[in-house]
Write a protein that binds this ligand. Structure first.
Ligand SMILES: *Cc1c(COP(=O)(O)O)cnc(C)c1O
Length: 423
């Protein structure tokens, strides 16, 4: 599509956008009495206006029923984790039984590694991307230590080539092949939080599994952002948080995917809790953990109803908007922002904001990561003073993430205008 950097053009795109009406479903932070341009959905998604009612319903039912809310609440708490599960499955491209919302992301990383990281003999290494989110680094490092391994030698980090910012899929595959006899697990991010690169999950999974390696993904920056087909890609397991693109509130409940091929395997090592037990016998309070089928078996505790209520409010919006529509708008919105940034860079080479995120739209989600030629932190602060909420990652990256549910094409135009103003 041929874009133009004018207010009229941006507003025309908004007029023709069937998702434009969803912006009103969210509380948008204010700047000088107007909606700010909020480009931080990769860090904390915005509050759906319906969330309060969802939470209020649980307050009411608790108030009225006490413990009987487990069965008598409007949305009974006993089966609460089943609500919204279908939508969650759709978002990550899974069967309903393959996903469940539970715990928090880092907890789930550990829980899943308990089951899927089983070092044996020389096959004990974990492969991950360099510059992974610190929590993932810590989780992997301490899992290796927990199994008596040495993080220095048992973790293989894949870095971009010198002078490059993104990983080439061929290089990842070559490293997998090179280490094929020593790898126990490949655990990559889906979308790298810093560069915004969306890895080729299908190819990585195929390559790993062809050498008998288990393959899992941390989808914190992917879930609700990019097209995912976890089931068809035969991914072994995955986890994510719900407060970024899934708009479910700070510290909101996380989610996991376990491929159905593992669901009948009761021999998998795991740390179990009563909520993962077969639902028919859960309240018999008997000895001997008997896992339910599917990802639900990894649940530990009864669901955090208030966090789950917000999550449901958000998932309903996703269901209504439609994943395919969101994805189509997301690609166009980000391409428009890219166009505006490229134009800025052409006109202001001395202040270039280099886009390090892949140009290829199949290798990215909505996020564009920028490295300023100079004064990056200052530019980030100036953006905020002018109502453009971006985010800053040390040492030098500005991240802009237009979200199709609550950002407009006009927002992208405003980013360009604010940049002109700053310089
Ligand atoms: C946001 C994020 C986290 C945060 O973990 P929590 O357990 O939710 O605090 C971890 N890993 C990645 C890749 C993230 O993007």
């Amino acid at each position: 599509m041929n874009f133009e950097n004018t207010l009229f053009f941006a507003q025309e795109l908004d007029k023709n956008d069937s998702l434009q009406k969803f912006i009103e479903r969210f509380h948008i932070p204010q700047h000088k009495g107007k909606n700010a341009v909020y480009l931080c959905g990769n860090s904390l998604g915005l509050l759906p206006k319906t969330a309060r009612n969802f939470v209020e319903q649980e307050f009411l039912d608790w108030e009225n029923f006490g413990v009987e809310g487990h069965f008598n609440a409007k949305n009974p708490w006993f089966p609460y984790h089943h609500f919204g599960r279908k939508m969650l499955a759709e978002i990550v491209g899974a069967k309903e039984e393959e996903v469940v919302a539970m715990n928090s992301l880092t907890t789930n990383l550990h829980m899943l590694m308990v089951s899927f990281y089983q070092p044996k003999g020389v096959r004990k290494k974990i492969m991950m991307e360099a510059n992974a989110f610190p929590s993932d680094q810590y989780a992997i490092e301490t899992q290796v230590k927990f199994h008596g391994g040495n993080p220095e030698t048992d973790i293989i980090e894949i870095s971009p080539r010198a002078g490059e910012y993104i990983l080439r899929t061929d290089d990842i595959i070559a490293q997998i092949e090179k280490n094929k006899n020593e790898l126990a697990l490949i655990l990559f991010g889906g979308v790298n939080y810093l560069s915004g690169q969306y890895f080729d999950l299908k190819k990585i999974t195929e390559a790993g599994q062809s050498f008998g390696v288990t393959v899992g993904f941390d989808l914190a920056h992917a879930a609700g952002n990019v097209d995912l087909q976890l089931h068809d890609w035969n991914v072994d397991f995955a986890c994510w948080c719900s407060y970024k693109y899934l708009n479910s509130g700070a510290g909101g409940v996380g989610g996991i995917f376990v491929h159905e091929k593992h669901s009948a395997n009761n021999d998998l090592p795991r740390f179990a809790g009563w909520w993962g037990n077969d639902e028919q016998t859960r309240f018999q309070m008997k000895k001997g953990f008997f896992p339910q089928t599917g990802a639900g078996a990894w649940q530990l505790s009864n669901a955090p109803i208030f966090a789950m209520a917000i999550h449901r409010a958000s998932l309903e919006i996703f269901a209504e908007a439609g994943i395919k529509n969101l994805s189509a708008k997301s690609k166009k919105l980000t391409a428009y922002l890219e166009f505006i940034l490229n134009e800025f860079n052409q006109k202001n080479p001395e202040h270039e904001l280099k886009i390090i995120t892949p140009k290829n739209i199949s290798e990215r989600g909505c996020q564009l990561s920028l490295i300023a030629k100079k004064d990056g932190k200052n530019i980030f602060e100036q953006l905020a003073l002018n109502g453009v909420i971006a985010d800053w990652r040390e040492p030098n990256v500005i991240r802009l993430s237009p979200v199709p549910l609550y950002n407009s094409f006009e927002d992208m135009f405003i980013v360009g205008e604010v940049l002109k103003k700053i310089f």
